[in-house]
Design a binder for this molecule. Structure first.
Ligand code: TXA
Ligand code: MG
Length: 348
């Protein structure tokens, strides 16, 4: 394939012709990148083994990393999963459509290359209107990993998708920037007690309101890999070295300033990612600062775009810090740690 078709669509799902064309391509076994509320996905008909194989080829993703299957409505669920325990239905009613992926026993119709050879499958019903219209029009469950090259930062705009995959996929449906900005929470319901494999926008606190015994996510890369395939320590990573200080507030900002000064003294070009309220922390230093927004929801929405922007700015070092380990902070800290290659820098 040489050219990627770019189809514009508004967040309200107009024009319908873009949706219809993209859906037809999916039914033909083609690869279509599309916006969800979390990040852009690279979709293929989840029941078509060859189409699914093409996803792995386009992303250069190892076959050992399973894909999430996206459905339009609960009626499609039995095509994807062999069993729906009562807790799955309860969580689905509460959090779908939305950024929650449930890991359940795989149904026959889902080929083994979707699940990396395993007998479980991750499934979610996305909330984005464009994704919903596409899934409904396609009429098949759609396997879709994030639409980036393997190990790279997930895409939150169509331009990000094209930067990684132009010419390698058939189509991208451009529905503008994603509202949430970090990937879905992955919850394994085949484990007892259920456990979070990847923290995301549906928070541990919210899940525990429905199921108090849910296990929290792994807090080290090694522990995460042991639980879930594909949860590499180096993931979501920019090419530019990234230092993430553990913690926030005055001491973390002071540590960031010292780190920036030391790098500048070595003639390095430095970038930093900071919430709006902190962007003056590096005043007087020749540092390119990307502001991440006013609150954790904004930080989550802006983080990947800011990482990509700084990564293509010809810098030698990027610096940022973590957040409190609660609410969305858990997902942000997980992505930041992986983007930094698996470890955080302590604040002295
Ligand atoms: O928000 C999202 O989840 C986005 C959008 C496009 O829906 N998708 C996404 O997919 O982030 P991906 O492929 O980048 O990440 C999927 C991860 C896998 O790497 C794996 O860790 C976990 O979900 N996963 C999927 N199926 C699984 C399974 N059967 N068992 C355990 N983990 C699974
Ligand atoms: Mg991914």
């Amino acid at each position: 394939m040489s050219q990627t078709l770019i189809l514009a669509v508004s967040p309200m799902g107009e024009p319908e012709s873009s949706i219809a064309r993209a859906a037809a391509l999916l039914r033909e076994g083609k690869l279509v990148a599309f916006p969800t509320e979390t990040v852009y996905g690279l979709g293929a008909d989840a029941t078509n083994e060859r189409a699914v194989a093409a996803i792995f080829a386009a992303k250069e993703r190892p076959a050992s990393d399973p894909l999430i299957v996206h459905i339009a409505d609960l009626e499609q669920l039995p095509t994807v999963v062999a069993e729906t325990p009562p807790l799955a239905l309860e969580l689905a009613r509460r959090f779908w459509p939305g950024p929650l992926t449930l890991v359940l026993p795989r149904a026959e119709a889902i080929p083994l290359n979707v699940t990396a050879g395993g007998e479980t499958v991750g499934v979610r019903m996305p909330a984005s209107v464009v994704a919903q219209k596409l899934l409904r029009a396609a009429g098949v469950p759609v396997a879709a990993p994030s639409a980036n090259r393997f190990m790279r930062t997930s895409p939150t705009t169509a331009a990000h998708v094209l930067a990684d995959l132009d010419g390698r996929i058939d189509c991208v449906l451009d529905g503008g920037p994603c509202a949430v900005g970090v990937e879905s929470t992955v919850l394994d319901l085949t484990a007892t007690p259920p456990r979070i494999l990847r923290p995301g926008a549906v928070t541990l606190e919210a899940l525990r309101e429905v199921a108090p015994r849910i296990d929290g996510p792994a807090t080290t890369g090694a522990e995460a890999i042991a639980r879930a395939p594909g949860q590499m320590e180096r993931h979501y990573a920019p090419r530019t070295p990234l230092v993430v200080f553990a913690g926030h507030g005055k001491r973390a900002l002071a540590a960031i300033r010292v780190e920036a000064q030391a790098a500048l003294a070595q003639e390095k070009r430095v970038g930093a990612l900071l919430p709006d309220i902190e962007i003056n922390a590096l005043d007087g230093l020749d540092v390119r600062v990307e502001s991440l927004g006013a609150d954790l929801a904004a930080v989550s929405r802006n983080l990947y775009a800011a990482l990509r922007a700084l990564d293509s700015a010809g810098l030698d070092l990027l610096i940022t810090h973590t957040y409190d380990d609660e609410g969305l902070g858990l997902a942000l800290n997980d992505r930041l740690r992986r983007a930094a290659g698996g470890s955080l820098r302590p604040v002295e």
